[in-house]
Ligand binder design. Sequence first.
Ligand code: NAP
Length: 307
Amino acid sequence: MLTILFSAPDALWNQYEEVLPAALSAKRVDGTLVRDADPAAVDYIVYAPNDRLHDFTPFTKARAVLSLFAGVDRIVGNTTLTQPLTRLVDPGLAEGMVEWVTGQVLMHHLHLDRNLGAAPHWVQNAPPLARDRRVTLLGLGELGMACADMLRALHFDLRGWSRSAKDAPFPTSHGTDGLKQALDGAEIVITLLPDTPDTRNILNAESLRWPARGAVVINPGRGPLIDDEALLAALADGRIGHAVLDVFRVEPLPADHPYWAHPRVTVSPHIAAVSRPTSASLVVAENIRRSEASEPLLFLVDRSRGY
Ligand code: NAP
């Protein structure tokens, strides 16, 4: 019988304590899910950032650490973690991100809020069709590509950017040299990148000059992707028209942060896409099954890349 340590905040235990054992049984994994155990007896660690576990050294027998989150920026640099680390790629998570991103894009493409609470003032200012709206996706991974499929289905004029070259059905560029090409003239910019030393402040005083004047920035990726001071300056001079921010350097966003009161910033409390316990549990259980069957793990994090 395997000992599987659930090392995550209490709120997640409430969500997973029934569905994860059910997923283990569905995958015919003979294991007990526990909240506490002698570290030397633990076979697998199901993990989300928490206050209790920082040192992985005593887990001498653990064969993998399985993240319940897609982003692993808070654990990937932990030097005590020598076991294989997997991240979450979950159909429920992707579906949620597609809905949130598409909703935000359509909101700003169609100006759906333009007449909310407005005084009587009949101005017919119809938006262009989506095919005439330039949208750029920074990040073409699991979530970026899922959003790209939906935005393409709506006919948006899409561009994409990633670390490595992609064979995609829309124009893409890659690497540091390809960023300007991706952002040039974009009217809506979506950041779905991980937080790594290479992506930090990718939207900065220089790169925020490349989109079209008045562009909308939508960040469901990670807070450090944006240089906050540069964004506030770009908003102040109109280069950026609006920012929709779901993630921040410090979360919860401090009450005195200028984003809260800014009339052209939408603050969203890190809810763009949450892991869905039922589908996420099946992904975790499948990886434990694979490990026990000496099959390759799915969604292994590459420590050298940081994602
Ligand atoms: P992923 O599959 O690992 O994709 C990451 C993408 O970023 C890849 O296309 C990758 O390029 C690109 N990238 C990484 N470093 C780069 C660099 N230096 N230059 C250019 N492109 C770079 O990740 P995912 O599952 O799509 O998730 C993306 C991020 O979304 C996560 O890391 C997490 O931070 C965030 N997230 C947020 C929420 C939320 O609720 N707000 C929920 C889930 C996830 P390659 O394709 O060439 O590798």
